[in-house]
Design a protein around this ligand. Structure first.
Ligand code: CO8
Length: 259
């Protein structure tokens, strides 16, 4: 596995890779370097057959407090116009395997936008979610206006983005922004448990299921339904579909081979 400066990577369970944002003293502020490493690590994980799911986490105090404000002060317009940074976001957004965010503490600005690129978020009960960009003279630049609105609706999106106020984990749960709220000490464990469970499922069906759900955010209903149908059809060409259904009929556990 590659060596990184701002993140830690570890294969912790069968099929599960853990990526830990590792600038704890800066509350995991997303410097260009950190973001590029997340993009690189996910790009690498996408190409490794043995990695079936990834868990992304931060520290106890902060998943991430957002884009690195000091870097933006130093770089000015170049910070937002940075092609490498944009490429990193594209790699993160296009990661084809299941991505679970385990969030404790602050999850703000670009940090919240990073968590929102995950397929599901497990939040510790003390987690705070927010888009405070308005207080530093900008607006969310990495998906917040679109992803919060599509998931949680206009009112909460406007409230978070226009006031910059944070919401707690229970409010995020009620709004559908997170999948589960657990005790802070259990956040990572729960995310890993779900990742391990997903990692044991037939990977072609998992990838197509993820694609089909994501199609709901970027296509018309008709196109989304077609994406779902195509996915289901493709599954019928796999050995794992035959094995899964045969195992059910024969009343035994399936042995998926990943094809
Ligand atoms: N960037 C850089 N450094 C940060 C950031 C950040 N976003 N957040 C915290 N830090 C640093 C602090 O400067 C401090 O460092 P030092 O000790 O060297 O001064 C250290 O982390 C600890 O932070 P605090 O002392 O402030 O800790 P507190 O517990 O008092 O406060 C808060 C915690 C409330 C989270 C506070 O740090 C804070 O408000 N942080 C900024 C949150 C924020 O505004 N985030 C949004 C950033 S903008 C963004 O994400 C998107 C921009 C638009 C897109 C641009 C594309 C390039």
């Amino acid at each position: 596995m590659a060596e990184y400066r701002f993140i830690l990577t570890e294969d912790v369970r069968p099929g599960v890779r853990l990526l830990t944002l590792n600038r704890p003293r800066q509350l995991n502020a997303l410097s260009g370097g950190l973001l590029r490493e997340v993009g690189e690590a996910l790009f690498a994980a996408a190409g490794e057959e043995a990695v079936r799911a990834v868990v992304l986490t931060g520290s106890e105090r902060a998943f991430s407090a957002g884009a690195d404000i000091k870097e933006m002060v130093a770089e000015g317009f170049a910070a937002i116009d940075d092609a490498l940074r944009q490429e990193a976001w594209r790699r993160i957004e296009r990661f084809p395997k299941p991505l679970i965010a385990a969030v404790n503490g602050y999850c703000l600005g670009g940090g919240h936008e990073l968590a929102l690129t995950a397929d599901l978020i497990i939040a510790g009960e003390g987690a705070r979610f927010g888009q405070p960009e308005i207080d530093i003279g900008v607006l969310p630049g990495d998906g917040g206006t679109q992803r919060i609105t599509r998931v949680a609706g206009k009112s909460l999106a406007m409230k978070m983005i226009l006031t910059g106020e944070t919401i707690d984990a229970q409010t995020a749960l009620a709004a559908g922004l997170v999948a589960e709220v657990v005790g802070a000490e259990k956040t990572l464990e729960r995310a890993l448990e779900l990742a391990e469970r997903i990692a044991a499922k037939p990977p072609v069906a998992v990838r197509l299921a993820k694609q089909a759900v994501l199609a709901a955010f970027s296509t018309s209903l008709e196109q989304g339904l077609e994406a779902e149908r195509q996915g289901a059809r493709l599954c019928f060409t796999t050995a794992d579909q035959k094995e899964g259904m045969a195992a059910f009929v024969e009343k035994r556990p399936p042995r998926f081979i990943g094809r």
